[in-house]
Design a protein around this ligand. Structure first.
Ligand SMILES: [Zn+2]
Length: 86
């Protein structure tokens, strides 16, 4: 029956929405959520990252685990850069 189909569809939709609500927009470079959304200029709309100075139209939609992974990778990269410089 069409009623049953509706119930199944509704359940999936709720699960998807709950997951999306936990997603936050973060900087693709350092994982910070300290982003300023700016308009204007030749590029159009861009994000500014307060923490690493990233400027671009791309941001990452991530949950807590993904944010931690990005931050971890960013910290490691910076460490290696410092070592190589010396
Ligand atoms: Zn950043």
């Amino acid at each position: 029956m069409s009623e049953d189909e509706g119930e199944i569809g509704g359940k999936v939709d709720t699960e998807t929405r709950e997951k999306r609500e936990r997603m936050v927009e973060v900087c693709p470079v350092c994982g910070s959520s300290e982003l300023y959304y700016e308009t204007g200029g030749a590029i159009g709309k861009v994000y500014h990252c307060k923490d690493c100075g990233y400027i671009g139209a791309l941001v990452v939609e991530a949950d807590e685990e993904m944010v931690e992974a990005i931050k971890e990778g960013y910290g490691r990269e910076r460490k290696e850069e410092g070592k190589g410089d010396a």
